[in-house]
Ligand binder design. Structure first.
Ligand SMILES: Nc1ncnc2c1ncn2[C@@H]1O[C@H](COP(=O)(O)OP(=O)(O)OP(=O)(O)O)[C@@H](O)[C@H]1O
Ligand SMILES: [Mg+2]
Length: 276
């Protein structure tokens, strides 16, 4: 009962995209850094299960990963590692193609064991893979907020629309947040959001909310090479101020927005999908 109460307070946010390489992993790691600096207990689930990058971006070398849970004798709690800033990471594997599409049994195994893990976590950030694979859909359905990352490139916008279309028409998901990464400025970000939002509303009857933007910043690729977050290495950079603002906005949002971001919600969705 104590766990259940606590679960409802865990904000579960998935960071996803149609197109690959739009900056999901960097966004997740930098947001996690911000949340940890704000005193929040934060966990990242690397849900790009077969090609995980979170550990690389944070400079971690996990001994075990999700494959040891699904194919070995490890429990989820055994594979969690912490970086020196207190960010907890549930590492994905690298190079196990079977994990790109979890079986129903594997999904159940993971999720039924998730409850205890979240008992003292304030924020769970799920870094999904790109595309519209069943894993991406599945992990997005587990989240209370689905944050779709786009860039100014038309291909990223088209692919985001495709993901939103699948999630709304096939899975009844009607609310998404949009974040514009690699933006030139705020005006560009808002204009692209507005166009996408009008189309999604008209053709999909989907409501898109504007989460914010991250400016294009060369410091981000430099930080990836150093295997640390841009927030840590370049706290005064232009992207760092965007990450901070975004993290602050997420925290300040009404708690009720996340009330369905818990395992009960997850299971409801799971079984609804099974019936369809
Ligand atoms: N705001 C930004 N400004 C400049 N470069 C950026 C920005 N955000 C991300 N990048 C760069 O874009 C590349 C892709 O970033 P990242 O790996 O985070 O994307 P991803 O969406 O997680 O990719 P994948 O779909 O492969 O998982 C990296 O080289 C990173 O340095
Ligand atoms: Mg990634």
């Amino acid at each position: 009962m104590k766990n259940r109460k606590r679960l409802n307070q865990t904000k579960i946010i998935s960071v996803t995209s149609g197109k690959g390489g739009v900056g999901k992993t960097n966004l997740v790691c930098n947001l996690a850094y911000c949340f940890a600096s704000m005193g929040k207990k934060v966990m990242i689930m690397d849900a790009d299960l077969s090609l995980g990058n979170v550990s690389v971006v944070l400079g971690l070398a996990p001994k075990y990963n999700i494959s040891n849970v699904l194919y070995g004798d490890k429990q989820l709690k055994d594979i969690i590692i912490s970086d020196k800033n207190g960010i907890l990471v549930l590492p994905a594997s690298s190079g196990i193609p079977e994990l790109s599409n979890l079986t129903e049994m594997q999904k159940m195994t993971l999720m039924t064991r998730f409850g205890d893990l979240l008992s003292d976590i304030d924020m769970l950030l799920i870094d999904t893979g790109a595309g519209i694979s069943s894993n991406v859909i599945y992990f997005n359905l587990a989240a209370g907020e689905i944050m779709v990352v786009i860039t100014p490139e038309p291909t990223s916008i088209t692919d985001a629309y495709a993901l939103i279309k699948v999630m709304s028409t096939k899975h009844g998901q009607k609310n998404f947040s949009i974040i514009l990464n690699m933006a030139k400025n705020e005006k560009e970000a808002k204009s692209i959001y507005k166009h996408l939002s009008i189309v999604a509303d008209k053709f999909l009857k989907v409501s898109l909310s504007y989460a914010g933007f991250i400016l294009y910043d060369d410091n981000i690729s430099k930080s990836v090479i150093m295997q640390k977050t841009a927030m840590e290495l370049y706290p005064e950079s232009k992207s760092a101020s965007c990450f901070k603002k975004l993290a602050y906005d997420i925290i300040s949002k009404n708690e009720n927005d996340y009330s369905d971001g818990n395992l009960q919600f997850f299971f409801n969705n799971l079984f609804k999908n099974e019936r369809n």
